[in-house]
Design a protein around this ligand. Structure first.
Ligand code: GLU
Length: 489
Protein backbone atom coordinates (compact mmCIF):
# COMPACT_ATOMS: atom_id res chain seq x y z
CA UNK A 1 0.00 0.00 0.00
CA UNK A 2 1.27 3.42 -0.90
CA UNK A 3 1.07 6.16 1.67
CA UNK A 4 0.25 9.17 -0.44
CA UNK A 5 -1.60 11.90 1.33
CA UNK A 6 -4.59 13.40 -0.39
CA UNK A 7 -4.53 17.11 -0.72
CA UNK A 8 -8.06 18.36 -0.29
CA UNK A 9 -7.49 22.07 -0.69
CA UNK A 10 -9.29 21.90 -4.00
CA UNK A 11 -12.87 20.65 -4.03
CA UNK A 12 -13.08 16.94 -4.70
CA UNK A 13 -14.89 16.23 -7.95
CA UNK A 14 -14.74 12.69 -9.23
CA UNK A 15 -16.54 10.96 -12.03
CA UNK A 16 -17.55 7.61 -13.34
CA UNK A 17 -17.24 7.42 -17.12
CA UNK A 18 -18.96 4.24 -18.28
CA UNK A 19 -19.25 3.34 -21.93
CA UNK A 20 -22.79 2.18 -22.72
CA UNK A 21 -21.55 -0.73 -24.79
CA UNK A 22 -22.77 -3.33 -22.31
CA UNK A 23 -24.63 -3.72 -19.05
CA UNK A 24 -23.15 -2.34 -15.82
CA UNK A 25 -20.12 -4.55 -15.22
CA UNK A 26 -19.10 -5.43 -11.69
CA UNK A 27 -15.67 -3.83 -12.33
CA UNK A 28 -17.26 -0.55 -13.37
CA UNK A 29 -19.62 -0.72 -10.42
CA UNK A 30 -16.68 -1.26 -8.06
CA UNK A 31 -14.95 1.77 -9.63
CA UNK A 32 -18.17 3.66 -9.01
CA UNK A 33 -18.15 2.57 -5.36
CA UNK A 34 -14.60 3.84 -4.81
CA UNK A 35 -15.39 7.15 -6.53
CA UNK A 36 -18.57 7.57 -4.52
CA UNK A 37 -16.86 6.73 -1.21
CA UNK A 38 -14.01 9.12 -1.93
CA UNK A 39 -16.39 11.94 -2.86
CA UNK A 40 -18.45 11.32 0.27
CA UNK A 41 -15.41 11.16 2.49
CA UNK A 42 -14.22 14.54 1.30
CA UNK A 43 -17.58 16.27 0.95
CA UNK A 44 -17.08 16.34 -2.80
CA UNK A 45 -19.13 15.61 -5.87
CA UNK A 46 -19.59 12.36 -7.75
CA UNK A 47 -20.38 13.02 -11.40
CA UNK A 48 -21.39 10.76 -14.20
CA UNK A 49 -20.33 10.88 -17.83
CA UNK A 50 -21.75 8.52 -20.40
CA UNK A 51 -18.98 7.81 -22.90
CA UNK A 52 -21.09 7.03 -25.91
CA UNK A 53 -18.74 8.11 -28.66
CA UNK A 54 -18.45 4.59 -30.07
CA UNK A 55 -21.70 5.02 -31.94
CA UNK A 56 -21.88 1.56 -33.41
CA UNK A 57 -21.58 -0.20 -30.04
CA UNK A 58 -23.36 2.26 -27.73
CA UNK A 59 -27.00 1.53 -26.96
CA UNK A 60 -29.55 3.50 -24.97
CA UNK A 61 -30.73 0.36 -23.18
CA UNK A 62 -27.20 -0.07 -21.82
CA UNK A 63 -27.23 3.52 -20.57
CA UNK A 64 -30.55 2.77 -18.86
CA UNK A 65 -29.12 -0.43 -17.36
CA UNK A 66 -26.07 1.44 -16.03
CA UNK A 67 -28.06 4.27 -14.46
CA UNK A 68 -30.55 1.82 -13.00
CA UNK A 69 -27.78 -0.36 -11.54
CA UNK A 70 -26.01 2.59 -9.92
CA UNK A 71 -29.25 3.84 -8.46
CA UNK A 72 -30.14 0.41 -7.15
CA UNK A 73 -26.74 0.15 -5.45
CA UNK A 74 -27.33 3.49 -3.75
CA UNK A 75 -24.58 5.27 -5.69
CA UNK A 76 -26.37 8.54 -6.26
CA UNK A 77 -24.59 11.02 -8.51
CA UNK A 78 -24.59 14.79 -8.55
CA UNK A 79 -26.23 16.72 -11.36
CA UNK A 80 -27.29 15.45 -14.74
CA UNK A 81 -25.05 12.89 -16.43
CA UNK A 82 -22.80 14.42 -19.08
CA UNK A 83 -23.39 12.83 -22.46
CA UNK A 84 -20.03 12.68 -24.17
CA UNK A 85 -21.31 12.59 -27.74
CA UNK A 86 -23.00 15.96 -27.17
CA UNK A 87 -19.59 17.51 -26.59
CA UNK A 88 -18.05 16.62 -29.92
CA UNK A 89 -17.53 20.25 -30.91
CA UNK A 90 -15.43 20.85 -27.80
CA UNK A 91 -13.41 17.74 -28.65
CA UNK A 92 -12.87 18.91 -32.23
CA UNK A 93 -11.90 22.38 -31.03
CA UNK A 94 -9.24 20.87 -28.76
CA UNK A 95 -7.86 18.85 -31.67
CA UNK A 96 -7.79 21.96 -33.82
CA UNK A 97 -5.80 23.70 -31.09
CA UNK A 98 -3.33 20.85 -30.92
CA UNK A 99 -2.94 20.97 -34.70
CA UNK A 100 -2.40 24.70 -34.59
CA UNK A 101 0.17 24.48 -31.80
CA UNK A 102 2.09 21.73 -33.58
CA UNK A 103 1.37 19.14 -30.86
CA UNK A 104 -0.65 17.19 -33.39
CA UNK A 105 -0.44 16.57 -37.11
CA UNK A 106 -2.24 14.76 -39.88
CA UNK A 107 -1.04 11.33 -40.82
CA UNK A 108 -1.95 10.03 -44.27
CA UNK A 109 -0.50 6.55 -43.92
CA UNK A 110 -2.86 4.00 -45.45
CA UNK A 111 -4.04 0.83 -43.72
CA UNK A 112 -1.87 -1.21 -46.07
CA UNK A 113 1.20 0.84 -45.24
CA UNK A 114 0.54 0.51 -41.52
CA UNK A 115 0.03 -3.23 -41.84
CA UNK A 116 3.31 -3.57 -43.75
CA UNK A 117 5.02 -1.49 -41.07
CA UNK A 118 3.72 -3.80 -38.31
CA UNK A 119 4.69 -6.91 -40.21
CA UNK A 120 8.21 -5.61 -40.65
CA UNK A 121 8.36 -4.87 -36.91
CA UNK A 122 7.10 -8.34 -36.09
CA UNK A 123 9.68 -9.91 -38.44
CA UNK A 124 12.41 -7.92 -36.69
CA UNK A 125 10.99 -9.02 -33.31
CA UNK A 126 10.25 -5.42 -32.36
CA UNK A 127 7.28 -4.27 -30.35
CA UNK A 128 4.51 -2.92 -32.59
CA UNK A 129 4.42 0.85 -32.70
CA UNK A 130 3.71 3.64 -35.12
CA UNK A 131 7.05 4.82 -36.46
CA UNK A 132 6.01 8.48 -36.61
CA UNK A 133 6.58 8.44 -40.37
CA UNK A 134 4.30 11.38 -41.16
CA UNK A 135 5.37 13.51 -38.25
CA UNK A 136 7.32 16.01 -40.25
CA UNK A 137 5.81 15.97 -43.72
CA UNK A 138 6.67 18.95 -45.86
CA UNK A 139 3.73 20.98 -47.20
CA UNK A 140 4.47 19.53 -50.64
CA UNK A 141 4.35 15.93 -49.42
CA UNK A 142 1.09 16.65 -47.64
CA UNK A 143 -0.39 18.20 -50.77
CA UNK A 144 0.68 15.18 -52.78
CA UNK A 145 -1.14 12.82 -50.41
CA UNK A 146 -4.24 15.00 -50.52
CA UNK A 147 -4.07 15.06 -54.30
CA UNK A 148 -4.02 11.25 -54.22
CA UNK A 149 -7.33 11.47 -52.39
CA UNK A 150 -5.95 10.09 -49.14
CA UNK A 151 -7.78 10.77 -45.90
CA UNK A 152 -5.91 11.54 -42.71
CA UNK A 153 -6.10 10.69 -39.04
CA UNK A 154 -4.84 13.22 -36.51
CA UNK A 155 -1.92 12.07 -34.40
CA UNK A 156 -0.60 13.55 -31.17
CA UNK A 157 3.18 13.71 -30.85
CA UNK A 158 4.67 11.54 -28.17
CA UNK A 159 8.38 12.11 -27.92
CA UNK A 160 10.35 8.98 -27.20
CA UNK A 161 12.42 10.77 -24.61
CA UNK A 162 9.40 12.18 -22.78
CA UNK A 163 9.32 11.12 -19.13
CA UNK A 164 5.91 11.01 -17.54
CA UNK A 165 5.57 10.82 -13.78
CA UNK A 166 2.69 11.01 -11.36
CA UNK A 167 1.96 10.14 -7.80
CA UNK A 168 -0.72 7.51 -7.92
CA UNK A 169 -2.93 7.37 -4.85
CA UNK A 170 -2.90 3.58 -4.95
CA UNK A 171 0.38 2.71 -6.58
CA UNK A 172 2.65 5.49 -5.39
CA UNK A 173 5.21 7.18 -7.66
CA UNK A 174 4.76 6.18 -11.31
CA UNK A 175 7.16 6.73 -14.17
CA UNK A 176 6.62 6.09 -17.85
CA UNK A 177 8.81 6.70 -20.81
CA UNK A 178 7.39 8.17 -24.00
CA UNK A 179 9.08 5.40 -25.95
CA UNK A 180 6.78 2.85 -24.29
CA UNK A 181 3.58 4.44 -25.56
CA UNK A 182 3.53 3.07 -29.09
CA UNK A 183 4.53 6.15 -31.05
CA UNK A 184 2.43 9.17 -31.95
CA UNK A 185 -1.14 8.50 -30.90
CA UNK A 186 -4.24 8.79 -33.06
CA UNK A 187 -6.65 11.29 -31.51
CA UNK A 188 -9.11 11.62 -34.41
CA UNK A 189 -10.27 9.03 -36.89
CA UNK A 190 -9.69 9.30 -40.60
CA UNK A 191 -11.45 12.15 -42.39
CA UNK A 192 -11.18 13.88 -45.77
CA UNK A 193 -8.52 16.57 -46.20
CA UNK A 194 -9.02 19.56 -43.95
CA UNK A 195 -11.65 17.92 -41.75
CA UNK A 196 -11.28 16.45 -38.28
CA UNK A 197 -12.67 12.94 -37.93
CA UNK A 198 -14.28 11.42 -34.88
CA UNK A 199 -12.26 12.27 -31.76
CA UNK A 200 -10.90 9.26 -29.87
CA UNK A 201 -10.91 8.10 -26.28
CA UNK A 202 -7.75 9.58 -24.74
CA UNK A 203 -8.40 13.01 -26.20
CA UNK A 204 -12.08 13.22 -25.31
CA UNK A 205 -11.51 12.00 -21.76
CA UNK A 206 -8.94 14.71 -21.12
CA UNK A 207 -11.08 17.44 -22.68
CA UNK A 208 -14.13 16.33 -20.69
CA UNK A 209 -12.35 15.75 -17.40
CA UNK A 210 -10.85 19.22 -17.67
CA UNK A 211 -14.21 20.77 -18.60
CA UNK A 212 -15.88 19.02 -15.67
CA UNK A 213 -13.10 20.22 -13.35
CA UNK A 214 -12.41 16.67 -12.22
CA UNK A 215 -9.95 16.72 -9.32
CA UNK A 216 -9.30 12.98 -9.02
CA UNK A 217 -9.55 10.30 -11.68
CA UNK A 218 -10.25 6.99 -10.00
CA UNK A 219 -10.39 4.07 -12.42
CA UNK A 220 -9.17 0.55 -13.07
CA UNK A 221 -5.49 -0.20 -13.46
CA UNK A 222 -6.10 -1.28 -17.06
CA UNK A 223 -6.03 2.46 -17.79
CA UNK A 224 -2.50 3.09 -16.51
CA UNK A 225 -0.93 3.41 -19.98
CA UNK A 226 -3.78 5.73 -20.96
CA UNK A 227 -2.97 7.90 -17.96
CA UNK A 228 0.58 8.36 -19.22
CA UNK A 229 -0.76 9.46 -22.61
CA UNK A 230 -3.44 11.63 -21.08
CA UNK A 231 -0.93 13.47 -18.91
CA UNK A 232 0.90 14.51 -22.08
CA UNK A 233 -2.40 15.79 -23.47
CA UNK A 234 -3.13 17.80 -20.31
CA UNK A 235 0.22 19.46 -20.70
CA UNK A 236 -0.20 20.19 -24.40
CA UNK A 237 -3.69 21.61 -23.85
CA UNK A 238 -2.53 23.71 -20.91
CA UNK A 239 -4.85 22.10 -18.39
CA UNK A 240 -3.89 21.21 -14.83
CA UNK A 241 -3.87 17.43 -14.49
CA UNK A 242 -6.05 15.70 -11.90
CA UNK A 243 -4.72 13.30 -9.29
CA UNK A 244 -4.92 9.67 -10.39
CA UNK A 245 -5.80 6.51 -8.48
CA UNK A 246 -5.68 3.18 -10.29
CA UNK A 247 -7.65 0.49 -8.57
CA UNK A 248 -6.78 -3.21 -8.77
CA UNK A 249 -8.60 -5.45 -11.20
CA UNK A 250 -11.21 -7.93 -10.10
CA UNK A 251 -9.97 -11.47 -10.67
CA UNK A 252 -11.82 -14.75 -10.93
CA UNK A 253 -11.14 -17.80 -8.73
CA UNK A 254 -8.20 -18.74 -10.96
CA UNK A 255 -6.61 -15.34 -10.52
CA UNK A 256 -7.39 -14.17 -14.08
CA UNK A 257 -9.21 -10.96 -14.92
CA UNK A 258 -12.94 -11.49 -14.38
CA UNK A 259 -14.51 -11.68 -17.81
CA UNK A 260 -17.76 -12.54 -19.54
CA UNK A 261 -16.64 -16.16 -19.56
CA UNK A 262 -16.99 -16.21 -15.79
CA UNK A 263 -20.73 -16.02 -16.25
CA UNK A 264 -22.18 -13.51 -13.84
CA UNK A 265 -20.47 -10.17 -14.31
CA UNK A 266 -23.28 -7.62 -14.54
CA UNK A 267 -24.85 -5.91 -11.61
CA UNK A 268 -28.24 -6.77 -13.10
CA UNK A 269 -27.26 -10.48 -13.10
CA UNK A 270 -26.42 -10.35 -9.40
CA UNK A 271 -29.67 -8.57 -8.76
CA UNK A 272 -31.63 -11.18 -10.69
CA UNK A 273 -29.93 -13.92 -8.67
CA UNK A 274 -31.35 -12.44 -5.50
CA UNK A 275 -28.40 -10.50 -4.09
CA UNK A 276 -29.33 -7.38 -2.22
CA UNK A 277 -27.92 -4.01 -3.22
CA UNK A 278 -26.53 -3.55 0.26
CA UNK A 279 -24.60 -6.83 0.26
CA UNK A 280 -23.26 -6.28 -3.24
CA UNK A 281 -22.14 -2.73 -2.46
CA UNK A 282 -20.57 -3.95 0.79
CA UNK A 283 -18.81 -6.76 -1.06
CA UNK A 284 -17.55 -4.53 -3.85
CA UNK A 285 -16.04 -2.18 -1.27
CA UNK A 286 -14.11 -5.12 0.14
CA UNK A 287 -12.86 -6.04 -3.33
CA UNK A 288 -9.57 -4.22 -3.09
CA UNK A 289 -10.11 -2.16 0.05
CA UNK A 290 -9.33 -3.33 3.58
CA UNK A 291 -11.46 -1.74 6.27
CA UNK A 292 -9.62 -0.35 9.28
CA UNK A 293 -9.16 -2.69 12.21
CA UNK A 294 -12.24 -3.12 14.35
CA UNK A 295 -14.66 -2.24 11.59
CA UNK A 296 -15.39 -5.81 10.54
CA UNK A 297 -16.45 -6.76 7.06
CA UNK A 298 -20.13 -6.04 7.27
CA UNK A 299 -20.85 -2.34 6.80
CA UNK A 300 -22.96 0.08 4.81
CA UNK A 301 -21.66 2.43 2.14
CA UNK A 302 -22.26 5.30 4.57
CA UNK A 303 -20.14 3.57 7.22
CA UNK A 304 -17.34 3.00 4.71
CA UNK A 305 -17.53 6.60 3.52
CA UNK A 306 -16.55 7.78 7.00
CA UNK A 307 -13.19 6.08 6.79
CA UNK A 308 -12.46 5.34 3.13
CA UNK A 309 -9.02 6.20 1.88
CA UNK A 310 -6.64 4.98 -0.78
CA UNK A 311 -3.94 3.96 1.68
CA UNK A 312 -6.07 0.90 2.35
CA UNK A 313 -6.61 0.01 -1.30
CA UNK A 314 -4.45 -2.94 -2.32
CA UNK A 315 -2.30 -2.94 -5.40
CA UNK A 316 -2.76 -6.63 -6.05
CA UNK A 317 -5.79 -7.83 -7.98
CA UNK A 318 -8.84 -8.70 -5.90
CA UNK A 319 -10.08 -12.25 -6.20
CA UNK A 320 -13.83 -12.67 -6.40
CA UNK A 321 -15.04 -14.68 -3.43
CA UNK A 322 -18.59 -16.02 -3.77
CA UNK A 323 -18.58 -17.40 -0.23
CA UNK A 324 -17.95 -13.99 1.21
CA UNK A 325 -20.59 -12.37 -0.97
CA UNK A 326 -23.08 -15.06 0.06
CA UNK A 327 -22.21 -14.61 3.70
CA UNK A 328 -22.71 -10.84 3.44
CA UNK A 329 -25.99 -11.30 1.63
CA UNK A 330 -27.19 -13.66 4.37
CA UNK A 331 -26.16 -11.09 6.98
CA UNK A 332 -28.12 -8.38 5.19
CA UNK A 333 -31.21 -10.56 4.81
CA UNK A 334 -31.08 -11.69 8.43
CA UNK A 335 -30.85 -8.09 9.52
CA UNK A 336 -33.97 -6.98 7.64
CA UNK A 337 -37.14 -6.34 9.58
CA UNK A 338 -39.83 -8.97 9.04
CA UNK A 339 -42.03 -6.58 7.10
CA UNK A 340 -39.18 -5.45 4.84
CA UNK A 341 -38.30 -9.05 4.13
CA UNK A 342 -41.90 -9.89 3.37
CA UNK A 343 -42.21 -6.85 1.11
CA UNK A 344 -39.16 -8.01 -0.81
CA UNK A 345 -40.37 -11.59 -1.08
CA UNK A 346 -43.97 -10.89 -2.07
CA UNK A 347 -43.12 -9.60 -5.58
CA UNK A 348 -41.01 -12.72 -6.17
CA UNK A 349 -43.87 -14.92 -5.00
CA UNK A 350 -46.32 -12.98 -7.15
CA UNK A 351 -44.07 -13.58 -10.19
CA UNK A 352 -44.64 -17.28 -9.57
CA UNK A 353 -48.37 -16.74 -9.33
CA UNK A 354 -48.39 -17.35 -5.60
CA UNK A 355 -50.24 -15.53 -2.87
CA UNK A 356 -52.69 -13.62 -5.03
CA UNK A 357 -55.88 -14.92 -3.44
CA UNK A 358 -57.25 -17.14 -0.68
CA UNK A 359 -55.68 -17.57 2.76
CA UNK A 360 -52.15 -17.42 1.30
CA UNK A 361 -52.87 -13.84 0.22
CA UNK A 362 -53.31 -12.77 3.82
CA UNK A 363 -50.57 -10.26 4.73
CA UNK A 364 -50.17 -11.66 8.24
CA UNK A 365 -49.72 -15.20 6.92
CA UNK A 366 -47.16 -13.95 4.41
CA UNK A 367 -45.38 -12.05 7.16
CA UNK A 368 -45.22 -15.17 9.32
CA UNK A 369 -43.90 -17.18 6.39
CA UNK A 370 -41.18 -14.55 5.83
CA UNK A 371 -40.31 -14.75 9.55
CA UNK A 372 -40.11 -18.54 9.34
CA UNK A 373 -37.89 -18.62 6.25
CA UNK A 374 -35.76 -15.56 7.03
CA UNK A 375 -32.99 -17.13 9.14
CA UNK A 376 -32.13 -19.72 6.50
CA UNK A 377 -31.92 -17.38 3.51
CA UNK A 378 -28.63 -16.65 1.77
CA UNK A 379 -30.24 -15.18 -1.33
CA UNK A 380 -33.63 -13.61 -1.65
CA UNK A 381 -34.25 -16.24 -4.31
CA UNK A 382 -33.93 -18.91 -1.59
CA UNK A 383 -37.10 -17.40 -0.21
CA UNK A 384 -38.85 -18.49 -3.38
CA UNK A 385 -37.47 -21.99 -3.39
CA UNK A 386 -38.11 -22.54 0.30
CA UNK A 387 -41.61 -21.07 0.05
CA UNK A 388 -42.60 -23.49 -2.70
CA UNK A 389 -44.12 -26.18 -0.41
CA UNK A 390 -46.15 -23.51 1.34
CA UNK A 391 -47.87 -22.39 -1.84
CA UNK A 392 -48.05 -25.68 -3.75
CA UNK A 393 -48.44 -29.25 -2.53
CA UNK A 394 -45.03 -30.87 -2.89
CA UNK A 395 -44.36 -34.33 -4.25
CA UNK A 396 -42.60 -36.63 -1.79
CA UNK A 397 -38.91 -37.08 -2.49
CA UNK A 398 -37.08 -40.37 -1.94
CA UNK A 399 -36.02 -39.57 1.62
CA UNK A 400 -39.54 -38.57 2.55
CA UNK A 401 -40.96 -41.76 1.05
CA UNK A 402 -38.37 -43.85 2.91
CA UNK A 403 -39.27 -42.10 6.15
CA UNK A 404 -42.90 -43.17 5.77
CA UNK A 405 -41.76 -46.81 5.62
CA UNK A 406 -40.16 -46.55 9.07
CA UNK A 407 -41.96 -48.65 11.63
CA UNK A 408 -44.67 -46.68 13.38
CA UNK A 409 -44.57 -43.80 10.90
CA UNK A 410 -47.94 -44.34 9.25
CA UNK A 411 -49.85 -45.44 12.38
CA UNK A 412 -48.65 -42.36 14.26
CA UNK A 413 -49.54 -40.09 11.34
CA UNK A 414 -52.97 -41.74 11.18
CA UNK A 415 -53.49 -41.07 14.89
CA UNK A 416 -52.40 -37.50 14.35
CA UNK A 417 -54.79 -37.09 11.43
CA UNK A 418 -57.71 -38.27 13.57
CA UNK A 419 -56.81 -35.90 16.38
CA UNK A 420 -56.32 -33.07 13.93
CA UNK A 421 -59.68 -33.76 12.38
CA UNK A 422 -61.26 -33.42 15.80
CA UNK A 423 -59.34 -30.20 16.40
CA UNK A 424 -60.91 -28.80 13.23
CA UNK A 425 -59.98 -25.61 11.45
CA UNK A 426 -59.44 -23.53 14.59
CA UNK A 427 -55.95 -22.02 14.92
CA UNK A 428 -53.31 -24.34 16.29
CA UNK A 429 -51.15 -22.91 19.05
CA UNK A 430 -47.64 -24.24 19.54
CA UNK A 431 -48.54 -25.99 22.85
CA UNK A 432 -51.63 -27.52 21.19
CA UNK A 433 -49.49 -28.79 18.33
CA UNK A 434 -47.07 -30.35 20.81
CA UNK A 435 -49.97 -31.97 22.70
CA UNK A 436 -51.37 -33.46 19.50
CA UNK A 437 -47.96 -34.92 18.68
CA UNK A 438 -47.51 -36.36 22.15
CA UNK A 439 -50.93 -37.94 22.10
CA UNK A 440 -50.40 -39.49 18.64
CA UNK A 441 -47.02 -40.89 19.69
CA UNK A 442 -48.59 -42.43 22.77
CA UNK A 443 -51.32 -44.06 20.69
CA UNK A 444 -48.83 -45.56 18.24
CA UNK A 445 -46.23 -46.48 20.88
CA UNK A 446 -43.25 -45.01 19.04
CA UNK A 447 -40.60 -42.35 19.68
CA UNK A 448 -41.65 -38.74 19.11
CA UNK A 449 -38.74 -38.24 16.73
CA UNK A 450 -40.20 -40.76 14.29
CA UNK A 451 -43.49 -38.91 14.10
CA UNK A 452 -41.81 -35.53 13.80
CA UNK A 453 -39.73 -36.69 10.86
CA UNK A 454 -42.73 -38.36 9.28
CA UNK A 455 -44.87 -35.28 9.72
CA UNK A 456 -42.18 -33.17 8.05
CA UNK A 457 -42.07 -35.67 5.19
CA UNK A 458 -45.83 -35.49 4.80
CA UNK A 459 -46.08 -31.71 5.02
CA UNK A 460 -43.04 -30.65 2.99
CA UNK A 461 -42.32 -33.74 0.88
CA UNK A 462 -38.74 -33.69 2.17
CA UNK A 463 -36.85 -34.12 5.41
CA UNK A 464 -35.36 -30.64 5.18
CA UNK A 465 -37.00 -27.37 6.04
CA UNK A 466 -37.62 -24.78 8.72
CA UNK A 467 -38.94 -25.28 12.24
CA UNK A 468 -41.51 -28.10 12.13
CA UNK A 469 -44.10 -26.77 14.56
CA UNK A 470 -44.14 -23.34 12.91
CA UNK A 471 -44.31 -24.95 9.46
CA UNK A 472 -47.24 -27.04 10.56
CA UNK A 473 -49.05 -24.09 12.14
CA UNK A 474 -48.66 -22.03 8.98
CA UNK A 475 -49.97 -24.87 6.81
CA UNK A 476 -52.82 -25.43 9.25
CA UNK A 477 -53.87 -21.79 8.87
CA UNK A 478 -54.36 -22.28 5.12
CA UNK A 479 -56.05 -25.67 5.65
CA UNK A 480 -53.25 -27.60 3.94
CA UNK A 481 -51.99 -29.87 6.73
CA UNK A 482 -54.60 -32.58 7.11
CA UNK A 483 -54.86 -33.43 3.43
CA UNK A 484 -51.08 -33.69 3.14
CA UNK A 485 -50.95 -36.09 6.09
CA UNK A 486 -53.85 -38.17 4.77
CA UNK A 487 -52.31 -38.65 1.34
CA UNK A 488 -49.45 -40.52 3.09
CA UNK A 489 -51.56 -43.01 4.94
N1 GLU B 1 -15.18 4.84 -20.85
C1 GLU B 1 -13.99 4.37 -20.21
C2 GLU B 1 -14.23 2.97 -19.70
O1 GLU B 1 -15.38 2.59 -19.54
C3 GLU B 1 -13.65 5.32 -19.09
C4 GLU B 1 -12.34 5.17 -18.52
C5 GLU B 1 -12.01 6.34 -17.62
O2 GLU B 1 -12.51 6.32 -16.48
O3 GLU B 1 -11.33 7.26 -18.05
O4 GLU B 1 -13.31 2.23 -19.50
Amino acid sequence: MAAVSVSTDQPVRVRLAPSPTGTLHIGTARTAVFNWLFARRHGGQFLLRIEDTDRSRSKSEYTANILDGLQWLGLSWDGEPVIQSARIEAHRAAIARLLASGHAYRCYASDDELTAMREAQAAAKQAPRYDNRHRDLSPEQEQAYIAEGREAVVRFRIDDDAVITWNDLVRGPMRWSGSDLGGDMVIARRAPAGEIGDPLYNLVVVVDDAAMAISHVIRGEDHIANTAKQLLLYEALGHAAPVFAHTPLILNQEGKKLSKRDGVTSVSDFRAMGYTAEALANYMTLLGWSPPEGMGERFSLDDAAQVFDFDRVNRAGARFDWDKLNWLNGQVLHGLSATTLRDQLVPLWTERGWGGSGPVAEPQWQLDLAILLGPSLTLLADGVEQATPFFTTPELNDDARAQLEVEGARPSLAALATALDQHGGAPLSAPEAQELLTAAVGAAGIKKGVLMKSLRAALLGSLQGPDLIETWRLLHRIGADLSRIRRCL
